[in-house]
Design a protein around this ligand. Structure first.
Ligand SMILES: C[S@@+](CC[C@H](N)C(=O)[O-])C[C@H]1O[C@@H](n2cnc3c(N)ncnc32)[C@H](O)[C@@H]1O
Length: 308
């Protein structure tokens, strides 16, 4: 069976990388193919709701010609057809939905636009129509419930939950593994990793952040965490253990008295670390590393994402 993943359109390379990282976190090594916003795989892992930059996943039914709607598949119960135009040129969506609906209709099934048993998605691409049956609809609005303003402890330094979750997925960390954020701030990354069932470890030099991050994690029902006050220099001694992933947002400007020292210490930490590290910074290069992705925040702020 083939599955179609509809990726968020804003940063396709990052969305594809997130999906690859997520698949690896689920023990799936297979290569995926991507054409525009649609990525195809043969696998359908659990925990699809972990994804931040994917809208929905559909089981592929057929590839059809826009001018010649012929499909063998017939839904057994009620269904609704929804068109998603992914090509430049306009499509008469309602007409196309009706046409595909008529093709799929039998005496024993029915069209139900309000509460369908199956949603059939028609992705219109430059090459034709990819038809699929939705198996997972990811409610990305849930991330909005965890934005800075919604948390009991908030601060402007906090990372957006969609970005934080993307970083967790890029790190390929699995449920039950150990993730360290050595500059945890308000806990933005720890919350997203904790919600994926990862055991989370956080460190911050400011006591206020440590208390606030704990409060935030409890708010979202995350119980397996250890968050301590300390300097990144001593991260290994403090936690006395090995980690499967390091995911963090490096301090800059006012967030730290001497950010350059903290960054040197972080680079030393990475040199000793043999797992996957994912971090965000405000410059395109740091120590021996060059950024992998550019993140446009607003007109005067671009951030850089590193996967090491
Ligand atoms: C960019 S903020 C992290 C924001 C965080 N991702 C969030 O969602 O809230 C960087 C954090 O690093 C902390 N920090 C600065 N220098 C540090 C050091 N030497 N060791 C540990 N933490 C440090 C700051 O207190 C600040 O909370």
């Amino acid at each position: 069976m083939t599955y179609l993943y509809l990726l968020a359109g804003e940063n396709l390379e990052l969305a594809e990388a997130e999906l690859r990282g997520f698949l690896r976190s689920q023990g799936i090594e297979e290569e995926l193919q991507r054409e525009g916003r649609i990525a195809e795989t043969e696998s359908h892992p659990d925990r699809l709701k972990r994804l931040a930059l994917t809208h929905e996943i559909a089981e592929k039914i057929a590839e059809i010609d826009l001018e010649n709607i012929e499909v063998d598949y017939r839904p057994e119960n009620s269904f609704a057809v929804r068109v998603e135009n992914l090509r430049e040129e306009n499509v008469e969506s309602k007409d196309l939905e009706r046409e595909i609906g008529q093709e799929l209709k039998t005496e024993s099934n029915s069209v139900d636009l309000e509460d369908p048993g199956e949603i059939i998605k028609a992705y219109v691409t430059e090459d034709g129509i990819l038809l699929g049956r939705i198996v997972e609809d990811i409610d990305r609005g849930l991330f909005q419930k965890r934005v800075n303003q919604e948390r009991p402890f908030s601060s402007p330094i906090s990372l957006d939950p969609v970005l934080a979750r993307t970083m967790v997925n890029l790190s390929e960390v699995s449920a039950g593994e150990r993730l360290l954020d050595p500059f945890c701030g308000t806990g933005g990354i720890l919350i997203e990793a904790g919600l994926c069932g990862v055991d989370v470890y956080g460190l911050d030099i400011q006591e206020e952040m440590v208390d606030g991050a704990k409060e935030n994690l409890r708010e979202y029902g995350i119980l397996s965490y250890s968050i301590l006050q300390g300097d990144v220099d001593n991260a290994e001694e403090i936690f006395n253990g090995s980690f499967d992933a390091v995911v963090t947002d490096l301090p800059y400007g006012k967030a730290s008295k001497k950010p350059e020292d903290a960054i040197d210490s972080f680079i030393n930490l990475l040199e000793e670390f043999d797992g996957k590290a994912v971090f965000m910074y405000n410059e395109e290069e740091v120590g021996p590393y060059s950024a992998d992705y550019e993140i446009y925040v607003h007109k005067s702020l671009t951030r850089y994402l590193y996967v090491v």
